[in-house]
Design a binder for this molecule. Structure first.
Ligand code: MN
Length: 329
């Protein structure tokens, strides 16, 4: 799992453990992510939305898709060809392999090896999320994550915005015991800032915990808190609740959260790799239809009309690809 690796973990700024008196968040729920086919038919694990966890608990996040890790054979790699979005932000973080992105606003580029692409769909945008031609032709390892962050009513129709965050811009931190690499992608953590600029206040990090390492993070009490295991096994919270690859931990209230990696990791995992995420709940009604997330049914109807009328932009003529129907991811 390449992502971004520091040369020497011990030289990184350390996140001090919160004082013992700080209330630690209990584990409320562990959710096993079901597998879906998305876009043109690529497999994703999706811990939410779903039957198991309430959008009230994940608010301000709407969706988390774990793409791979998958070793594609030649000709197997697929993506999500041109499709619209309105009313939220998509955040794509690539751990292994390369995703190619293009949008109707002129944004685009390659997302690879620890890079993050942040697309504020806002009032509406069309985009195309595909593996590179090289990956399609020759096959290879593909591993990434797409997170959807909701926008509050007053920002749903904000102009689209695109941020490309190279892997070397994430804030690299370590834990008090030096056993964790914390890649802070967005938001604030113990006084450090990640490079992603978010409309909705969130904290989003990719953490690698060495076998036996334990991480305790201060966590804003007004944020929700979740941990998702990309690979490996460990425990979470003061009661040491077990979880592992493909499982989402939802924490209850408190001002700190803890995660620990098992001493023995199941092969081929060499460590516990988790996403740690939380944000300020928006607490507004959610109407979700495919690629549109609004506050009312009428706004969804309007979004479909606007898309059909070409008011969310159009596919650049040079980008028209045969057989690329709209997808939803
Ligand atoms: Mn999309």
């Amino acid at each position: 799992m390449p992502a971004v690796r520091p040369d020497n973990v011990l030289l990184l700024p350390r996140v001090p453990e919160p004082d013992p008196g700080v209330p630690e968040r209990p584990v409320r729920q562990v959710v096993h992510a079901p597998t879906f086919l998305e876009g043109a038919g690529f497999p994703v694990r999706r811990p939410f939305p779903g039957q198991q966890v309430s959008l009230r608990d994940t608010d301000p996040f709407l969706l988390l898709d774990h793409l791979g890790a998958i070793e594609y054979g030649p000709g197997e790699a697929k993506g999500a060809p041109w499709h619209p979005h309105r009313g939220f932000e998509t955040v794509t973080y690539m751990i292994d392999g390369t995703m190619r992105h293009r949008d109707s606003n002129g944004g685009g580029g390659l997302i690879a090896d620890g890079a993050t692409q942040w697309m504020t769909a806002g009032a509406g945008i069309l985009h195309d999320e595909m593996p590179t031609e090289d990956l399609v032709r020759h096959g290879g390892l593909f591993h990434g994550v797409q997170l959807w962050v909701n926008l509050p009513r007053r920002l749903k129709m904000t102009p689209p915005r695109y941020q490309s965050i190279e892997g070397n811009r994430v804030a690299l931190l370590t834990s008090a015991d030096g056993g964790a690499v914390i890649r802070l992608i967005a938001g604030e953590l113990a006084g450090h800032r990640g490079p992603g600029v978010t409309w909705t206040p969130i904290t989003y990090a990719h953490v690698t915990l060495s076998p036996g390492a334990r991480l305790v993070l201060p966590w804003r009490p007004d944020f929700n808190a979740m941990v998702y295991a990309l690979s490996g096994r460990g425990t979470a919270g003061p009661a040491h609740v077990a979880f592992g690859e493909g499982q989402l931990v939802v924490f209850g209230a408190g001002a700190a959260l803890s995660v620990a990696a098992d001493r023995r990791q199941p092969a081929p995992a060499e460590a516990l790799d988790v996403l740690v995420l939380g944000g300020q709940p928006i607490r507004e009604p959610i109407f979700h239809y495919g690629p549109f997330v609004m506050n009312t049914h009428e706004e969804i109807v309007q979004a479909i009309e606007d898309f059909r009328a070409g008011r969310m932009g159009s596919i650049p003529a040079v980008e028209l690809t045969p057989g690329g129907g709209p997808a939803t991811s």
